[in-house]
Design a binder for this molecule. Structure first.
Ligand code: NAD
Length: 285
């Protein structure tokens, strides 16, 4: 199994970062999204981030141009993923949506193409089961912002083969990341630990224990967190946090994961954090 061509499905927050690091590492990559404006914005973001690296003299202008030259975009899953040896899916955290994408990918890509998901919490085993190649389905959980964050949680589904695991572990290192193996359980390790903390911070605001700013100050100054949990929740996206908490709640059937009503209310109101300009903080300024 040799990875020569990569496709990334979903050009949002995570997808554009994944395409960026894959292209930087020398692989041709097709970034696929159903929305043309997302693809335009993704290319502009990648360009801006690479430009920043050039001005900091971390890469040369030539490396930037070559990296951009390796990125193609497509609004068609069928065409964009056709020749990929590896597809990394990064669409919204919704099982039914991911299921459709995996079923299509299973039909249109060559039989030995590896299908990876950047899901934060959905079962890799369950996604693998909708394909006819469960041994070639794996989780590659990157962190935001992808070009900066070193960790990739690599999640083995029940039937993921050792060969596929080894290819993805090596590829993650080639991307300049540090892979950590994790077994397939709701929320894996990162979100099983992080989301209950964020949820509890939201409960503190909901119950009037402290303001969002004060909760964050406690965690930054007292626990040496670089970012408070509520600022982090805004950064991740409150809708993404709610989706992950629901997966934990349903996956374990344990009330300790129940999403705080304030989180639900904020998502219902469209206050999703940085991406909408308002969450626990106002990001419009
Ligand atoms: P996002 O909302 O920014 O982007 C999702 C993109 O998927 C959108 O651009 C949307 O147009 C596209 N999309 C939807 N349906 C599609 C389809 N049928 N074909 C092609 N594209 C389609 O979401 P995100 O924050 O980038 O999250 C993506 C995935 O990464 C989720 O599974 C999420 O849980 C996971 N994740 C997110 C973070 C984070 O901090 N945001 C971190 C790690 C993992």
């Amino acid at each position: 199994m040799n990875i020569k061509q990569v496709a990334v499905v979903g050009g949002g927050t995570m997808g554009n970062g994944i395409a960026h690091v894959v292209a930087m590492a020398g692989f041709p990559v097709t970034l696929i999204d159903i929305k043309a404006e997302v693809l335009e914005k993704a290319l502009a973001t990648i360009s801006k981030n690479l430009g920043r690296m050039v001005s900091k003299e971390k890469i040369t202008q030539q490396q930037m141009d070559e990296t951009l030259g390796r990125i193609k975009t497509s609004d068609s899953l069928e065409k964009g993923a056709l020749n990929a040896d590896l597809v990394i899916e990064a669409v919204n955290e919704n099982f039914e949506l991911k299921k459709k994408i995996f079923q299509t990918l299973d039909k249109v890509t060559p039989a030995d193409t590896i299908l990876a998901s950047n899901t934060s919490s959905i079962s890799i085993t369950k996604l693998a089961a909708v394909t006819g190649r469960a041994d070639k389905v794996i989780g590659m959980h990157f962190f935001n912002p992808v070009p900066v964050m070193k960790l990739v949680e690599i999640i083995r589904g029940l039937d993921t083969s050792d060969e596929v695991y080894n290819v993805i572990e090596k590829l993650s290192k080639d991307l300049g990341k540090v892979p950590v193996p994790v077994n397939d359980f709701p929320g894996f390790v990162s979100n099983r630990v992080l989301m209950p903390m964020i949820n509890e911070a939201i409960f503190c605001v909901h119950e009037g224990v402290a303001t969002a700013e004060h909760v964050d100050e406690v965690m930054k100054l007292g626990m040496a967190h670089p970012m408070g949990p509520l600022r982090l929740a805004d950064f991740i996206g409150l809708d993404v946090c709610l989706d992950i908490l629901n997966v934990l709640y349903e996956g374990f059937r344990d009330p300790k994961y129940r999403p705080c009503p304030l989180l639900v209310k904020m998502v219902d109101a469209g206050k999703l954090g940085d991406k909408t300009g308002q969450g626990f903080y106002n990001h419009q300024k």
